[in-house]
Design a protein around this ligand. Structure first.
Ligand SMILES: *[C@@H]1O[C@H](CO)[C@@H](O)[C@H](O)[C@H]1NC(C)=O
Length: 471
């Protein structure tokens, strides 16, 4: 099946250097369940209560996936949010120009509804998985004026107002970007249709960002009043040039469409590998999420998977530690309330069965990462402090404390105390004698920059990893 070819390219960018995985400390070593069945539904309700906003945790589904019985059970008890893996892409939804066919997209939404789940839209614009009549030989003004808005309208209108968020544009930023590029340069660096023609000649086609503004303006007109509209991309989440591009792009979209910031989102796909440098640290994610929170923009983990070389116990534990850090980064951020795992089990993963990149094994049983994710959700819902960065290994982060949790139904039968206390000793750190401007970081674990703030602003703690100069 045609899948995310661009993301295969992306993975090649990460240097594939085999490093030994560190020994890690997990909540599932400290009283949380590591065996038995998991029922996340009541836990996720408690998470939403604690967050003060609905928290959506889910995975991908299509009606033609194997083992539909497993899907039904697992989307009632574990994944509670649905993204159509392929059914809402352009090739599926407008196979003939101007003729909308939402059959599969709507069927995946019905699956969500019938299992008590919410639904997220992916996607209204992507340069891949296009219908045979696209990219075609259309002019820039035909694309921007008619073809893109017509498609966005028929899809968003057709799925209705309950969709939590839409990936309005998917993978529009290049991989060779550098700091300081304008949003247009970031998009042109992609070198893909529609900023160049699709015939391989590299001829410029759409020479400004009007196709993106057209997509967002149309989405804003037809989406529900609280549906978030996202720019979605891979290899993003840290303090790097590509992440800077998606942030500057969302600001540029706001300035050119007047869509309020609180309706906009950045989707961080998070197709990862379990070795240092092939995922973002919790600190890096927290910093990026805080930057977006200051704007009022939502952050979402939209396509998470973690390739491991073999599913031995050490790799499975490292995978659990990374997954735990990512879900904590989302849970403890004020502006993150959607977390999608890309493909629900190993044998159905686009990364391949051998990559063992999902939360469930090929028999449909939960892996250590699934139990650890359940534990992080429970730990958050109980009001406990954020655990330390478990993917850093036990030399940096050792979780102590006890929790008593029965297996089978995950009914908490005892109190959980001091989960999340750590051996991390770094304090707020930072340099004196210099000044951070408004919206710039001024403290947090690991911060080595300026701790004083420009006049008129004060250094405010947003989380343990990030303080920012704000008025
Ligand atoms: C949800 O929260 C309620 C109230 O604090 C608690 O009684 C219940 O055990 C929690 N449920 C789960 C599954 O953690």
């Amino acid at each position: 099946m045609t899948k995310l070819l661009a993301s295969f390219v992306a993975l090649a960018i990460f240097a594939v250097v085999a490093r030994a995985q560190p020994a890690v400390s997990l909540l599932i070593d400290n009283g949380y369940a590591s065996t038995g069945s998991i029922n996340l539904a009541p836990i996720l309700q408690n998470v939403s209560t604690k967050k003060g906003q609905a928290f959506h945790f889910g995975s991908t589904y299509d009606t033609y996936d194997a083992d539909q019985a497993w899907f039904t059970t697992t989307f009632q008890t574990f994944y509670k949010h649905v993204v159509s893996e392929n059914g809402c892409k352009w090739d599926a939804t407008e196979p003939t120009q101007g003729v909308s066919d939402l059959t599969e997209c709507l069927a995946t939404q019905s699956f969500a509804t019938s299992n008590g789940n919410t639904f997220r839209g992916h996607n209204t614009f992507w340069h891949e998985q296009t219908p045979t009549w696209l990219p075609g030989s259309f002019t820039a003004s035909q694309l921007t004026g008619t073809i893109i808005p017509q498609h966005v309208q028929q899809e968003i209108q057709g799925l209705g107002s309950s969709v939590t968020s839409w990936d309005v544009v998917n993978e529009v930023v290049g991989d060779g970007v550098s700091n300081g590029m304008t949003p247009l340069q970031c998009v042109q660096n992609k070198g893909d249709w529609p900023t160049v023609t699709a015939d391989g000649s590299g001829q410029p086609l759409v020479t400004d960002l009007s196709f993106i503004y057209a997509a967002f303006n149309t989405a804003f007109t037809y989406a529900g009043a609280s549906t978030r509209l996202a720019v979605n991309d891979y290899n993003t989440g840290g303090q790097d040039a590509k992440t800077a591009c998606v942030i500057s792009l969302i600001q540029n979209i706001q300035e050119n469409t007047n869509i309020p910031y609180d309706r906009l989102a950045i989707g961080f796909q998070s197709h990862l590998m379990a070795s240092a440098g092939n995922f973002y640290t919790k600190q890096e994610l927290a910093t990026t999420f805080s930057t977006l929170a200051a704007l009022g923009v939502n952050a979402m983990i939209t396509e998470m998977d973690i390739e491991i070389n073999s599913d031995n116990n050490a790799n499975l534990r490292y995978q659990a530690a990374i997954w735990g850090d990512y879900i904590d980064a989302c849970l403890y951020a004020s502006n993150c309330n959607e977390f999608i795992n890309w493909d629900p089990r190993d044998d159905l993963s686009w990364r391949g069965t051998a990559a063992a990149a999902t939360l469930f094994d090929s028999n449909g049983n939960p892996k250590p990462a699934a139990y650890e994710v359940a534990a992080r959700l429970q730990n958050y819902a109980a009001g406990n402090a954020e655990p330390c960065s478990t993917s850093s290994g036990t030399s940096v982060c050792t979780i102590t404390g006890t929790g008593t949790t029965t297996t089978g139904t995950t009914t908490t039968t005892g109190t959980t105390t001091t989960i999340g206390t750590t051996t991390t000793t770094s304090s707020t750190g930072g340099s004196t004698g210099c000044v951070s401007a408004e919206y710039v970081q001024c403290g947090g674990i690991g911060w080595t920059g300026c701790t004083a703030c420009a006049s008129g602003t004060t250094c405010q703690v947003l989380n343990a990893y990030y303080s920012q100069c704000l008025t």
